[in-house]
Design a protein around this ligand. Structure first.
Ligand code: AMP
Length: 590
């Protein structure tokens, strides 16, 4: 397809804030494309060239992009940076530079979506010497072929910052409109900006929304989902788990008492220790390959060779997907360690053997989603648990089944909870024994019960360059919570960050991580792409007109980085509103 066609869609999407309008534009586009284009188009409308579950990144930094823009347009680098500061968008800078470019090409070859995908995938796969030059050449080639407006989106795509405001939910709905809209009989009224949906159609509509959502939670790939949806309902339903392709994990709701927990999950319930480690999904493919993923779908197989070994030796089965928590322990004292102390293992790419010795982990398995060619997510939890007992040969400090009990009595649950805290656990997780496994969902069939007021997981969206002894470092970070697909500010924080890397988060470390994510700079203030999640403690939530969420945190303090959390895992505005209201309830009781 000509890239121009896609650019028209991008422009339409960028021009409206209305979600229904965006859905309509996308749905019409999805209807118009060829079968064989569906996969890649689904990635491109998300501003990506890979499906969500693939960890590959395009890997072009803004610095590198500037060099490529300069090469393709003849504009010098300083000038580009100056314009970038002014416009706050390298895409627009490139568009303007392309209009004025010194050597004008005749646009003999037109840019196609295939070419954009090809060059950006190539850029991502490059390794070894000469990588930078080759990446610059690939990007520069695209900009050279692009007309000005195309250049805007090429650059934004490669920086993974498309800015057209299309969230996962909009793509899902657009797939429903495009592929099942006629069948349901829905109509979008363009003038009114409304979806015409009769009462009797609503149920049918929701059914398809759920169907597409479920397919997406299993596949984590809108390419696969769009392709299947175009073939029809059966193709969509036949999307299944596949060992080797990561799946979104089921999540817990928070409860404030054991009574509330039972109300949510029913009696009797499975009660398990809530280990303070990190989620690990263990896949064994039909070919016998063992692959480990985090809950963010990152592949961490290379970082944990000993776990691969435990699984090979202690879990029976030709193919499977297991859900587990890996917990660190002290090899000398044989006590569990808090997550922060072992978190570095997740990203560590070197000295793996030393890491294994110094920071060993124990794998606690609590679920099985797929076994010997068959998906088990529609089986009740109690059946899946029975299977675990059969296939795992447990060995303490290596691999075992998560510790738990089944009870319908609050006293027993409370006793288990007190014991859990004594053992240094974060709390307990209670699960509905008859529930299906629901990938990606936080629906109350699993609930967590922990003792204290929870700190918040928030994302950094801005910062200020420090002065005096902090000059050269980013200090004072702006935090945001999530509201649907937007990030709303909830305050500023500088406390809790150490001066030097001496254990804990330091200004140096944060600056290193955040600098490549700067998207705009005005004076000392910078805007940062929302990617880095931090855990923040605070004394109180207050109402505040200063921040876009309407709330501010009193005495916020950064506790730690949350590299295992993605931006969609952070606390939402609704949760913050709830915490705000709960504060008063608690105060009254005192
Ligand atoms: P939170 O991160 O506070 O929302 O708590 C949910 C996390 O607890 C899950 O994502 C798991 O990583 C972790 N966890 C620890 N023990 C268990 C368990 N027995 N069952 C499920 N999740 C667990």
């Amino acid at each position: 397809m000509l890239y121009k066609e896609l650019v028209k869609v991008y422009q339409g999407l960028e021009a409206t804030q209305k979600r229904l309008e965006k859905t309509y534009i996308l749905a019409e586009f999805f209807k118009s494309i060829d079968e064989k284009e569906a996969r890649d188009i689904a990635y491109l409308v998300q501003g990506k060239v890979f499906p969500d579950w693939q960890e590959a990144e395009i890997g072009v930094s803004s610095q590198l992009a500037i060099k490529a823009i300069s090469k393709a347009t003849g504009m010098n680098e300083e000038e580009i940076i100056k314009e970038w500061r002014k416009l706050g968008d390298l895409g627009k800078v490139t568009e303007e530079a392309t209009k004025k470019r010194k050597q004008k090409t005749l646009f003999a070859t037109k840019l196609t979506t295939e070419k954009v995908i090809e060059n950006l995938r190539k850029a991502s796969s490059l390794q070894g010497s000469g990588t930078i030059e080759r990446k610059i050449a690939l990007v520069a080639e695209l900009i050279t072929l692009a007309e000005p407006i195309e250049a805007r989106y090429v650059v934004r795509t490669l920086l993974e910052e498309l800015r057209i405001g299309v969230a996962e939910g909009t793509i899902r709905d657009a797939i429903v409109w495009a592929c099942f809209g006629d069948k349901i009989g829905i109509k979008y009224n363009k003038e009114e900006g409304e979806l015409e949906l009769k009462e009797e159609q609503r149920e049918e509509y929701n059914k398809y929304i759920e169907l597409v959502q479920q397919a997406y939670d299993l596949a984590n790939d809108f390419g696969i989902v769009l392709e299947a949806a175009r073939k029809g309902e059966n193709a969509l339903k036949s999307i299944n788990l596949e060992p080797g392709r990561p799946v979104k994990v089921e999540l817990c709701l928070k409860v404030d008492s054991i009574k509330e927990a039972f109300e949510s999950v029913g009696r009797p319930a499975k009660i398990e220790l809530k280990y303070d480690g990190f989620r690990m999904l263990i896949h064994k493919t039909e070919k016998g390959k063992i692959i480990l993923y985090t809950r963010r779908l990152d592949n961490i197989t290379n970082q944990f060779p000993e776990v691969v070994d435990f699984v090979a030796k202690h879990v029976e089965g030709k193919s499977f997907i297991l859900d587990a928590e890996a917990v660190g322990y002290d090899p000398k004292t044989k006590r569990y360690r808090p997550f922060q102390e072992i978190s570095q293992r997740i990203k560590r790419k070197y000295e793996i053997e030393k890491m294994q010795k110094d920071l060993p982990v124990e794998v606690n398995i609590f679920d099985c989603l797929f076994y010997n060619g068959k998906s088990l997510i529609k089986e009740p939890l109690k059946e899946r648990q029975k299977l675990l007992e059969k296939i795992i040969k447990p060995v303490k400090w290596k691999i075992k089944i998560a510790e738990g009990i089944i009870t319908d009595k609050e006293e027993e649950a409370e006793k288990f909870y007190t014991e859990a805290l004594k053992k240094g656990m974060e709390g307990i997780i209670m699960k509905n024994l008859n529930s299906h496994y629901q990938p990606g969902a936080r629906v109350g069939t699993w609930v967590k019960f922990k003792p204290t007021q929870e700190p918040l997981d928030l994302v950094i969206v801005g910062a200020e360059w420090g002065t005096g002894k902090r000059s050269g470092w980013l200090s004072s970070f702006i935090l945001a919570c999530r509201h649907e697909d937007k990030f709303l500010e909830v305050g500023k924080v500088g406390t809790g960050v150490k001066e030097k890397s001496e254990g804990g988060v330091s200004f140096e470390e944060l600056t290193k991580i955040l600098k490549p994510l700067i998207i705009e700079q005005k004076g000392r203030e910078v805007k940062i792409k929302p990617k880095v999640v931090v855990e923040v403690a605070y004394q109180e939530i207050q109402k505040s007109p200063t921040y876009s969420s309407g709330f501010a945190l009193r005495f916020p303090r950064i506790l730690r980085l949350r590299p295992e959390h993605g931006v969609f895992d952070i606390h939402t505005l609704t949760e913050i509103e709830q915490f705000y209201t709960n504060q008063f309830k608690k105060k009254k009781i005192k």
